[in-house]
Design a protein around this ligand. Structure first.
Ligand code: PA5
Length: 472
């Protein structure tokens, strides 16, 4: 019997405090004095929940029929198709990638079909022609289901992939091509919904109140996960339970609220970088997903009062132990500008005992007879110790085991932390004007109708000078 209590994630912020890292840390008084600020952020998030852009708080609770439909569709896909390809970018891709990596075999696609029990899985989140050609080298479109995912239904990258794939499918399958495309998009706007209706694609809706980077718990993430055989009900349960437990305005009793407050106070001390460092390969892409969520949500020029604030904290992904041999030197001895968040796994889903051998080499022999998971966790503990000794702010989220329930909790933890932090910073957490500007400039470069003014603006920008270009 699955024990939900035993599977609760834990947030440890000892090493953010002066008690542990001296004057580089936060004092208890600072934290206590900031309680009203945190309470205010909590109230803003609570009052906004389920409304405006905060429909994601309802997703664990209001999708019974959608989940049933997704599971039914997924069953058919698992039976009929050899490949399942997600076409999407940003929030329409990073969640599915993170959950796939977390909850499927780490070499899933290479497993024989009988062990996989589902189609091979690919997420195409770029428009690199080499990557598209490479995908088409290894899949047969006739045996593939394509899930086109775009909230806006207008994203150039995704729509160009849509054009490529539908042309190929039509050539190969004629009318039947429609049964190889599922659209996940907004019900009310964009081109994809129009195309889906016109062509008769199976369609799932992204609620208007759910932005791309907050969409993993709606069909954006649920369909790919269900196709992979992941227990999506358990994932939603984990997210829902975490959400219900984050029900206090007191940061000392609400983990994501405390997490947000700590980052907010750390930013004030010049810690403008947030490193997300899971110590588990399965969580490697959770760090990617987090980076988009944190970066795009909090990086804002203007406050809600119209003041120029240039807010944000640069998210950086790292992987333990791999990046101990790449980044930790900088984190330990470089500038005091980072908060490092470790994600630790208490119990790995498998063990591998390092075999006996080389007794004549004591420098190697000490490793023998130990589980590799113990080595990984001891290296994390050692790194945490070294950072703490060097007075570096660090915190740890403990995951009892990586499973659908804990992944659901992690997703909700970070979404709440982001929303609380946005409220503390008094910025609009849910827009992305900086991304929009680049999107518009791309349209102008392609002479898209309606973007003539932007084209003129681009044309009038100062041309690059050869004076500053050196041939290598
Ligand atoms: O968080 C967001 O809204 C963005 O990062 C989007 O996910 C990204 O730009 C892709 O947009 P869309 O899903 O509309 O294709």
């Amino acid at each position: 019997m699955f024990d939900k209590q035993e599977n609760r994630i834990r947030f440890d912020y000892n090493n953010m405090t002066q008690d542990y890292i001296g004057d580089k840390g936060l004092s208890e008084k600072e934290l206590r004095d900031a309680k009203p600020l945190a309470a205010n952020a909590y109230t803003k998030v609570k009052d906004g929940a389920g409304k405006g852009w905060m429909g994601w708080t309802d997703l664990p609770f209001n999708q019974k029929e959608i989940v049933a439909d997704v599971l039914e569709t997924a069953k058919g896909i698992r039976r009929k198709f050899k490949n399942f390809v997600v076409l999407g970018i940003g929030g329409s891709a990073l969640g599915p990638i993170a959950v796939f990596q977390a909850l499927c075999h780490l070499h899933y696609n290479e497993l024989p079909a009988r062990k996989r029990k589902g189609p091979k899985f690919y997420v195409e989140d770029n428009v690199d022609p080499e990557r598209m050609l490479a995908l088409l080298d290894i899949i047969d479109v006739k045996e593939t289901m394509f899930n086109v995912v775009t909230k806006s239904g207008a994203t150039s990258e995704t729509m160009s992939q849509y054009l490529v794939i539908t042309e190929l499918l039509k050539k190969e399958l004629g009318e039947d091509y429609k049964n190889h495309v599922i659209a996940t998009t907004s019900q009310s706007k964009g081109n994809l919904i129009k195309l889906a209706k016109q062509e008769g694609f199976k369609t799932y809706y992204i609620p208007d109140s759910v932005g791309g980077r907050f969409s993993e718990l709606c069909p954006v993430g649920l369909l790919p996960a269900a196709v992979l055989g992941i227990d999506i009900k358990m994932m939603l349960k984990g997210a829902g339970d975490l959400y219900k437990r984050a029900n206090s305005a007191d940061p000392f009793k609400n983990a994501p609220l405390m997490a947000a407050l700590l980052q907010y106070l750390a930013m004030d001390k010049g810690c403008n970088i947030s490193v997300m460092m899971p110590y588990a390969d399965s969580l490697k892409y959770m760090a990617d997903w987090y980076c988009q969520l944190w970066g795009e949500s909090l990086g804002k020029a203007v406050s809600l009062d119209g003041e120029l604030v240039y807010a944000g904290q640069t998210p950086v992904k790292a992987l333990g132990v791999t990046d101990q041999h790449s980044q930790i030197q900088l984190y330990t001895e470089g500038p005091f500008d980072k908060v490092i968040t470790f994600i630790a796994v208490d119990n790995f889903r498998g063990e591998y005992i390092i075999p006996q051998g080389l007794p004549e080499y004591p420098d190697v022999n000490f490793l023998c007879n130990n589980d590799m998971g113990l080595l990984l966790n001891n290296e994390r503990r050692a790194t945490e110790y070294a950072l703490t000794k060097a007075q570096r702010m660090n915190r740890t989220i403990y995951v009892p085991q990586v499973n659908a329930y804990t992944i659901g909790q992690l997703l909700m933890f970070f979404m709440l932390e982001t929303a609380y932090c946005g409220a503390l910073l008094n910025i609009d957490t849910f827009n992305q004007p900086g991304v929009e500007e680049g999107k518009k400039a791309t349209f102008a470069l392609f002479d898209r109708k309606g973007f003539e003014e932007k084209k003129a603006e681009l044309n009038s920008a100062k041309a690059k000078s050869d004076r500053f270009i050196i041939k290598g």
